[in-house]
Design a protein around this ligand. Structure first.
Ligand code: NAP
Ligand code: MG
Length: 504
């Protein structure tokens, strides 16, 4: 038996090509490789981070943050009401008027660099907490979320002293106080996407994380204190939708930056219509991942797997609609099913895990509801035959064939590990089908022909399109949606502009 491989555990992986395996397809199992959580320190209770201090909520109310992989309680989190929101906005306003708004860019940069460096120093702790609180595999939080979050701060720190050159021939000024609301799928990363450009541009911030994943944002509050940011420059208020709504409706906010569902995005757009508040909205998606017959099929299959099963499909840009050219459809689907059988679903803290826990019970119910809809609509379902833990919120990787453009699982965002597969014959047909949806956040194209990449990517109505790869992010690159996937861009120079006013 291969070293490090055991038959005791109940998770299986096939090593068809491993030298010494007795027969093709023989099943081997990995020994558990859990990341240690000994170094993680969590408080029993977390207060609101306002004006540089942790303060109790005025209602005295706290809610539980649980680990979705065990259903165990991790900590209690303060619930901010309108009074607390007002306190946080006032603190941000005072910090803006008194210090941050007047500070030279090169001085602001030092603080932002410091945040980035402390995040790197505490990367392991942050990764483990992210996996415990949100359910994503440690491989992802360790190799993707935390490094990318630090990279955002590094990147925008570099802009802080160059704001005067952001728009040649014009003067760029900060806005004031930004209210920022983020979802649960990339908790620390989304906080970094929001806070870093706001600070670089000279604004102060009140941020609300999602109810189910507040812990890394509160750890970020500790880091911000350690970096010695002037009190009130960043305030972190926890709570549910009502807390977010109070922030949106606060009269002394200059800009709202929201990432979340299209439904809540529409509520926010309505709420601030007619006010002077600026806004950016990063909303839902239903990306088309398109595989042409001339693509490198094995790489494409890996790309499809990464596109939809990465982070349990809790990804706004997940490649949840797969379009395969008819001539290779049989092969692609067979290879996909084979690959799905090798995926390991289970403990997010285990380094072998490919698919961790679904973020919450509600989200698991939503996925199950869509599975029923898919089956009732006549879709043919295939689920990986892997074991899943009996406790916690888990779901098997799933694909559907025999679906059409009118199927709900093809047109609505599920936000889970569920792939809907359709076939096509011509380039024109697939462009039309891919665009025939209210969303337009992202997409993927797999082909050997550069000219086809240019033709398809220029006609797909989506903000980000990957070619021969999927789900790659970089702080220098703008990200955002067309149509109901959002308004405005985050990342790069584009992501700095919504935090500035331009005077010609
Ligand atoms: P959500 O329900 O819209 O929640 C997003 C955030 O808004 C949470 O902090 C939520 O608080 C808060 N919120 C809820 N109701 C509110 C209201 N009336 N006013 C103000 N804030 C309110 O979305 P989610 O389920 O957390 O996240 C999944 C969605 O986010 C998906 O649709 C996904 O596509 C989208 N997303 C988009 C991007 C992008 O870049 N385009 C990135 C990631 C995710 P609570 O959670 O505490 O209730
Ligand atoms: Mg949690």
């Amino acid at each position: 038996m291969k070293k490090g491989v055991t038959k005791k555990d109940d998770r299986k992986i096939k090593f068809d090509s491993v030298k010494g395996s007795k027969s093709l397809g023989e099943s081997w199992e990995y020994a558990p490789a859990p990341e240690s959580k000994d170094h993680v320190r969590l408080e029993k209770k977390y207060d609101l981070f306002i004006d540089g201090k942790f303060v109790s909520p005025s209602s005295g109310k706290y809610f539980d943050s649980i680990n979705p992989a065990t259903e165990g309680k991790l900590s209690e989190i303060a619930e901010a009401n309108a009074k607390d929101v007002d306190k946080a906005v006032q603190a941000a306003r005072n910090a803006y008027n008194g210090v941050w708004g007047k500070m030279a860019g090169k001085e602001r940069a030092k603080y932002i660099y410091r945040i980035a460096r402390i995040m790197q120093e505490r990367a392991r702790e942050l990764a483990v907490i992210e996996s415990m609180d949100g359910g994503k595999p440690i491989r992802e939080s360790r190799d993707i979320d935390i490094p990318l979050a630090a990279a955002r701060f590094f990147y925008y720190a570099g802009w802080a002293d160059k704001i005067d050159y952001a728009v040649p021939g014009a003067k760029a000024n900060s806005l004031g106080v930004a209210g920022q609301i983020i979802p649960w799928n990339f908790p620390l990363l989304m906080a970094a996407w929001k806070i870093a450009p706001a600070l670089a541009a000279g604004n102060t911030v009140v941020l609300k994380p999602a109810e189910t994943t507040s812990l890394t944002a509160l750890k970020l509050a500790e880091i911000i204190r350690e970096a010695d940011l002037p009190p009130g420059v960043v305030n972190i208020i926890t709570g549910a939708g009502a807390t977010g709504a109070a922030l949106v409706n606060h009269p002394d906010i200059n800009k709202i930056a929201f990432t979340g569902s299209t439904d809540v995005g529409k509520i926010i757009q309505k709420a601030i219509a007619g006010t002077k508040k600026k806004y950016t909205l990063e909303l839902g998606g239903k990306a088309a991942n398109i595989i042409f017959e001339d693509a490198a099929i094995d790489q494409a299959v890996e790309g499809i797997i990464n596109g939809i099963f990465f982070n349990q499909g809790h990804v706004c840009c997940a490649g949840s609609r797969l379009f395969v050219q008819e001539s290779v459809a049989k092969t692609v689907i067979r290879k996909l099913k084979d690959r799905m059988e090798t995926l390991i679903v289970g403990d997010p803290l285990d380094k072998n895990t490919d698919i961790g826990a679904i973020n919450s019970k509600d989200q698991l119910e939503k996925i199950k509801k869509y599975i029923k809809i898919g089956v009732n609509e006549g879709g043919e379902m295939y689920q990986a035959n892997c074991p899943i833990p009996s406790k916690g919120f888990f779901y098997r990787p799933t694909l559907f064939t025999n679906v059409s453009q009118s199927s709900r699982i093809v047109s609505e965002e599920i936000f889970g590990p569920v792939l809907a597969i359709q076939t096509f014959r011509t380039v024109e047909e697939v462009i039309e089908k891919a665009n025939n949806i209210p969303y337009g956040l992202s997409g993927g194209v797999w082909t050997d022909k550069g000219s086809k990449i240019f033709k398809v990517t220029s006609q797909l109505r989506a903000g980000v399109i990957w070619a021969n790869t999927y789900n790659k992010f970089d702080p220098t690159s703008p990200f955002g949606g067309y149509k109901e996937s959002g308004v405005g861009r985050e990342g790069g120079l584009h992501g700095l502009m919504p935090y500035l006013t331009i005077q010609n």
